[in-house]
Design a protein around this ligand. Structure first.
Ligand code: ARG
Ligand code: ZN
Length: 874
């Protein structure tokens, strides 16, 4: 069944209040729901009441206190319907029973390491009780939770704690929570278990005292301090930057070890995948710390962008996700280094979203239809959704952006809103017509902008001719032009400043490209400049520019825009990698010039901003190159090309790299701050390039670092370098790492990931062996993703083995995981997203693996949907 955006209609009934009484039990949890229901004035007058359910066991149902006889309702595991409900307000009492221990889908109420927890977004609440499980039904919830004291000493719910106590004559106890803010069912949560916590109190800008707590497995409290600190900083930041204040007496975060996604913004009770909470210098890398900070902020920011203002229907998912990603990106940029963070955002966007846009799974930021909503928690909805908000800010400016956000929160507070409501706020504030801009939400695909430049020396004018086009995507064969903000500047060849002007460039340096073709002229240009376009990556587009490598190296050296300095080096490297991979002729001098430019950069600039330097020194990865080539891809050739270019750069830059490596050696106690992390990343990039140039010395250096490292960042980086160097040292390091962290599942995940990423023929067997490792578990999403997911997503030569065995293995795993956890299986399957760009032999092998999955009769809707779309001809 396909659900369409155009078919939306308001619910026929509303549920104003929900009282839940949940008696936790490992196999027979009883849920009594008391629902206060009334007809919706905007609904149909004579409609039946049809509640959603999923794998539920109904025990009893009564209406206004009267047990309903079986003739007055119909029910099955998926629904409960009453054909003649009262036409005024009434109370429905439903009792259901469920088995949380058997719930391997990790949706609804389930157990993780013995603790009870829930995940309701998008449609898991219907696995707890029969309900109108849709986001436009907003209700006030009161939850009573009861459990055995030994099994679940801690009982948490949404909102504020009201009451708790013992149940006389038993070993059971209870807690009652009340959430005064009306919310959709997907934000419901409860937790019961044995948990330790760290906490502190926080005073909001208006003086409200809030207790903050982070709950973790007992004994791991020490590893929760960073998350707690990130929460406090997020709360302060949202007050300062968006004027948003927290609205309950408590804010609780719980870390669980079995979780399908990163985390969940349940009102007042965020539930997290423990890998995004737990951190210590010995077990977490700098990247882990940065992710924890960003995800803690993301879920907290949802309190306004998601919870106070929620979504009318799931087509509006980007309304909360795109906006909240934008907000967490801004937070991280303020807390860390803005240009460095921007480059990281763009790398993710290109790797995940551009790839998705180019794949059979391409869809608009606001999809027009879906079969399974859980398959739309995608890079397009999240990351491209955030880019749209960023473009809006670029176009209207900071002041109007903030005024528009205030108006949006003001107007829509307490409602289930749409993308139109969001854009209307900005249209009101600016008086602009945003209807063309709105196309970013409805048209899928990454626009390609082609730019040709002409310099007229006599007239001292410089002209740029722009053209934009977007390739067809599923369901959208022909495309309209987009409204593209082009942040632009001209750079003189010698770096001196240019005073060229054009009236079509705003004072903030933005040119709006909103037609298929347009041109832009500058006057008063005294020498041929190099254009710096899409500064700070002002729009999510691909660019073709008629610049020479020498022009680009001018930008690397002189551009005032840090993003474009990085971009320039990437573009040159990309050209050289493609030349090497496709054996097309690249003038030898070009390799030397890139290496020499990087050497100069290392000597003169690297120390000023080590984190930025590390990014400049990191070549586009193999998947980026494959995407850029776009058809008839041979992953082995790309792998060889990248190794070769790293070798050349490592050789030419050996001296400054070695100097940096020694100079940046670990100083003092570990701190996860951005500056320290930047120094570590530059040092570790140096280690890698040096090893690419000289394997024997590199191995010794990496081995020494591996043995003496005082933190996980340095240990893992050297371990990663060793993985690229076959031999005894590598196998010894693998064994040592495995022993050292035998009791640390999150660290073993890194160990699984790096082994699954080894680009050698033996890796598939290694992965198969590791599946027998005692720490591996097919039912834990983090384990499956780190071993099988990494093989499929991070190992292009082995997943895409010419003999097709990589594809067959991943297909087997998808089929094995699907009956247990469809969401996890569907995610794994998205690894096949780029199968159509492969060379014909691999392409056929991928197709046959996909067909084998598709032929399976008992596929989940999640996997069925992905496999069907993956195979469809566009
Ligand atoms: N709203 C969560 C977040 O982005 C993601 C939850 C998605 N869960 C799911 N089962 N689809 O913060
Ligand atoms: Zn989110």
């Amino acid at each position: 069944k396909i659900i369409q955006l155009k078919d939306y209609r308001p619910s026929d009934f509303l549920i104003d209040r929900v009282e839940l009484d949940v008696r936790l039990d490992p196999h027979a949890t009883r849920v009594k729901a008391t629902l206060t229901i009334r007809p919706n004035p905007e609904g149909r007058a004579d409609a039946p009441l049809v509640l959603d359910g999923d794998e539920l066991n109904l025990r009893s149902v009564s209406l206004d206190g009267r047990a309903l006889p079986s003739g007055e309702y119909e029910t099955g595991p998926q629904f409960l319907s009453i054909s003649q409900p009262p036409r005024q307000a009434f109370t429905l009492e439903i009792e259901t029973e469920l088995d949380p221990t058997a719930n391997t889908k990790l949706m609804g109420l389930y157990r993780s390491s013995g603790n009870y927890c829930t995940q309701c977004e998008a449609d898991g609440f219907r696995r707890i009780t029969y309900f109108l499980d849709r986001p436009d039904i907003l209700s006030v919830y009161t939850t009573r939770i009861e459990a055995d004291r030994d099994e679940a000493p801690v009982l948490l719910g949404n909102g504020n704690p009201v009451e708790s106590g013992a149940i006389e004559g038993t070993n059971r106890h209870f807690a009652i929570w009340h959430d005064p803010h009306p919310k959709p069912s997907y934000l419901f949560a409860l937790v019961g278990g044995r948990l330790g916590h760290v906490g502190k109190s926080f005073t909001t800008m208006s003086g409200r005292a809030v207790r903050l707590k982070v709950y973790v497995e007992p004994g791991k409290e020490d590893r929760a301090h960073y998350a707690l600190d990130a929460l406090e900083r997020s709360m302060r930041w949202d007050e300062r930057v968006f004027g948003r204040e927290y609205d309950l007496d408590e804010f609780n975060i719980v870390a669980v070890s079995d979780f399908n996604m990163g985390a969940m913004e349940n009102k007042g009770l965020n539930i997290f995948n423990d890998k995004y909470v737990l951190a210590s210098p010995e077990t977490a890398t700098d990247a882990d710390y940065a992710n924890i900070e960003a995800i803690i902020a993301h879920e907290y920011f949802h309190n306004w962008s998601g919870n106070r203002v929620t979504c009318r229907d799931w087509f509006q998912l980007c309304l909360k996700e795109g906006l909240t990603v934008f907000r967490d990106q801004e937070f991280s940029s303020d807390e860390r280094s803005r240009p460095v963070h921007r480059i990281a955002e763009v790398k993710t966007l290109r790797a995940r979203q551009f790839a998705e846009d180019a794949s059979p799974l391409a869809h608009p930021v606001r999809p027009q239809q879906y079969r399974e909503i859980n398959n739309f928690y995608t890079a397009t909805v999240y990351e491209k959704g955030a880019e749209i908000v960023r473009m809006l800010k670029t176009i209207i400016g900071e002041g109007d952006f903030r005024r528009g956000m205030d108006l949006y929160f003001d107007r829509c507070d307490g409602t289930a809103a749409t993308v139109e409501n969001f854009l209307d706020a900005f249209a009101t504030v600016t008086g602009r017509d945003l209807s063309h801009f709105a196309r970013w939400y409805s048209q899928a695909g990454t626009p390609r902008v082609t730019i040709r430049s002409t310099y007229d020396e006599a007239a001292q004018t410089y002209r740029l001719d722009f053209a934009q086009a977007t390739a067809p995507t599923p369901g959208q064969p022909s495309k309209e032009p987009m409204a593209i903000p082009v942040a632009i500047g001209l750079v003189a060849q010698d770096g001196s400043s240019l005073t060229a002007t054009s009236e079509r460039v705003s004072p903030q340096g933005v040119f709006m490209l909103d037609r298929a073709q347009d041109s832009l002229s500058f006057s008063g240009v005294t020498s041929r400049p190099v254009p710096s376009v899409f500064r700070d990556f002002s729009a999510p587009v691909r660019t073709s520019l008629d610049l020479t490598n020498d022009d680009l190296l001018v930008l690397l050296r002189h551009d005032t825009d840090a993003f474009n300095r990085w971009q320039a080096a990437q573009t040159v490297a990309m050209r050289l990698l493609i030349g090497l991979a496709e054996r097309t002729s690249v003038p030898d001098g070009d390799f030397d010039r890139l290496a020499a430019a990087l050497r100069t950069f290392l000597e003169s600039d690297a120390r000023r901003d080590p984190a930025f330097a590390a990014l400049v020194l990191t070549l586009p990865n193999e998947a980026d190159v494959a995407q850029e080539i776009g058809a008839n891809v041979n992953p082995d050739a790309i792998h060889r090309a990248r190794r070769e270019l790293r070798r050349m750069i490592g050789t030419v830059c050996a001296e400054p790299l070695l100097q940096l490596y020694e100079e940046l050696a670990d100083q003092g106690p570990y701190s996860p701050d951005a500056a320290s992390a930047g120094r570590r990343s530059l040092r570790n990039v140096s280690l890698d390039l040096l090893a690419a140039a000289d394997a024997r010395q590199g191995e010794r250096r990496a081995q020494a670092q591996f043995e003496t490292a005082s933190n996980m960042t340095d240990r893992l980086a050297s371990f990663g370098v060793l993985m690229t160097l076959p031999g005894e040292a590598r196998e010894a390091a693998i064994a040592a790492f495995g022993r050292r962290y035998a009791d640390e599942p999150l660290v073993l995940d890194k160990w699984f990931t790096l082994q699954a990423s080894i680009q050698e023929d033996g890796t598939l067997d290694r992965v198969r062996r590791l599946m027998e490792h005692p720490a591996f578990s097919i039912s834990n999403p983090n384990r499956v993703r780190s071993l099988v997911g990494s093989f499929a997503m991070l190992n292009p030569t082995q997943f895409n083995r010419a003999d097709g065995q990589g594809y067959e293995f991943v297909a087997d795993m998808v089929l094995r995981v699907d009956p247990l956890n469809p969401q996890l299986a569907a995610r794994l399957l998205t690894a096949f997203g780029s199968w159509r760009i492969m060379e014909p032999e691999r392409l056929e092998r991928a197709r046959s693996a996909l067909r084998r999955i598709a032929q399976n009769a008992s596929l989940s809707r999640d996997v069925g949907d992905i496999v069907q779309r993956s195979l469809e001809e566009t």
